[in-house]
Design a protein around this ligand. Structure first.
Ligand code: SF4
Length: 434
């Protein structure tokens, strides 16, 4: 009896990459290969890479070398954004057998052929100037069927000056509404109670098809079943009144929005090539809070962009301090080859970047504490996950607050109404009411 070939995967980067790896894993398993955890010896190893920061590049090289140390005879496949943009460098790593770019990520097994190592890497990377086709994908988070990430859109037509994503993933594209709704229906039928719509520029869904994200959301919430929809991230200029209205009306859309601001200085926003200014951003936040007072709003911000003076940074800190948002995701500018910002002068010393990052992280902690306090006494629907510690079980509310209740009062993968009672060491504790 021939032993099934063993395969393992490792993913670096965003939820989109995880959903694509999940599809790759399903394809390999359906072809009869047996999955083993990354780190165990395997016959085939797939590394799905990211290149959004220099740290991601560093991790990519480390993971490939780790795979080869554990499985020196394995057929090693490298795919993802680093494969698309840095294939020459990756092909020089001894032991790598196949490098596959963005356009062909869904055909790894076909391209791998007989999985024989020939001592050098074969590179299958197409240029993305012609709009690539869209390939759907979805992944479930953690063990069990609690939350699913559904890829609804890929690529980006924006040209933010610090970003390599359009270079790595190509132009914006998505499946049509019918196909996407059927994807959601299939996931709901599998028992998932929360679906996170994910992509590169999700707000651009339906571009070129005469459809919009609001159209998709409207169609999805028509589907029967007790499930809820979470939108991963929306560009501020694509957060339409229609979308806000739908979220305000519908029980099925989580009042939780993730908005990339990137800077609170209009001058820096212009240098970044962003499509709004701070006045517009504030107006969108106020529109959200007006329609959905308890909505959770997470905001991305980058510190240390070339040319960011103390005055610019102070403008960002003050702007964020004055916004009714729930928390911040703070990133440090990372110079990316091939982007306009890489050629900008005025680079900020690492020590200053670290200091600014720390200032905004502390601001974020304060905002999160204020948001949690404002929610005490309210009743929210919590989707409980597996795990939990010290006799407690945890899950997220619809407005993205992590809540813990006694383990004996709720079960994993159930959605219960919970009153938020108190905050203990930054952790929200609640009581299940039904
Ligand atoms: S919107 Fe800007 S930052 Fe986001 S993926 Fe597109 S180019 Fe990059």
């Amino acid at each position: 009896m021939t032993m099934a070939l063993r395969f393992s995967t490792y993913t670096i980067g965003c939820k989109l990459n995880y959903s694509e790896t999940a599809s790759i894993r399903r394809t390999f398993a359906e072809a009869g290969l047996r999955e083993v955890p990354f780190g165990e010896e395997a016959d085939v190893v797939v590394v799905n890479t990211c290149t959004v920061t220099s740290k991601a590049d560093h991790d990519t090289r480390n993971i490939i070398r780790r795979a080869l140390r554990v499985s020196p005879r394995a057929f090693v496949i490298v795919t993802g954004c680093a494969a698309q943009l840095r294939h020459d460098e990756l092909a020089s790593i001894e032991g790598v057998d196949l490098i596959v770019g963005t356009e062909d990520k869904h055909r790894l097994l076909e391209l791998a052929g007989d999985l024989r190592k020939v001592g050098m890497a074969r590179v299958v990377v197409r240029d993305l100037h012609r709009r690539p086709s869209f390939h759907a994908a979805f992944a479930s988070e953690g063990s069990g069927r609690t939350r699913a990430f559904l890829k609804i859109q890929d690529g980006c037509d924006y040209r933010c000056t610090y970003c390599t994503v359009p270079l790595a993933r190509g132009g914006s594209r998505s499946a049509d509404i019918e196909a996407t709704v059927s994807g959601v229906r299939n996931i709901v039928r599998q028992g998932f109670q929360e679906i996170v719509l994910t992509g590169v520029n999700v707000g651009d869904y339906g571009k070129g098809q005469g459809a919009s994200l609001a159209d998709l959301v409207r169609a999805v919430i028509e589907l029967p079943g007790d499930f809820r929809l979470r939108i991963s991230s929306v560009e501020p200029d694509l957060l339409t009144d229609e979308l806000i209205e739908l979220a305000a009306k519908g029980e099925k859309i989580c009042p939780h929005f993730h908005l990339p601001l990137q800077s609170g200085s209009d001058e820096i926003l212009r240098l970044m090539g962003r499509r709004y200014d701070t006045a517009f951003f504030r107006e969108r936040i106020e529109a959200l809070k007006h329609k959905l007072p308890h909505t959770g709003i997470w905001v991305d911000v980058i510190v240390g962009f070339p040319g960011e003076t103390e005055k610019h940074f102070e403008a960002t800190r003050t702007f964020l301090e004055g916004l009714p948002v729930s928390a911040l995701h703070v990133f440090t500018f990372s110079e990316r080859p091939g982007t306009p910002a890489a050629a900008y002068g005025g680079h900020i010393p690492d020590a200053v970047k670290r200091e600014r990052n720390g200032v905004l992280r502390r601001l974020s902690e304060g905002k999160r504490a204020t948001f949690y306090r404002s929610e005490l006494g309210s009743v929210r629907r919590v989707l409980f996950e597996t795990g939990g510690e010290r006799g407690m079980i945890e899950g997220f509310t619809e407005n993205y607050i992590r809540v813990a209740v006694p383990q004996c009062t709720a079960s994993p993968r159930t959605m219960r109404r919970v009153r938020l009672e108190q905050i203990v060491m930054g952790r929200v504790l609640g009581v299940v009411i039904d």
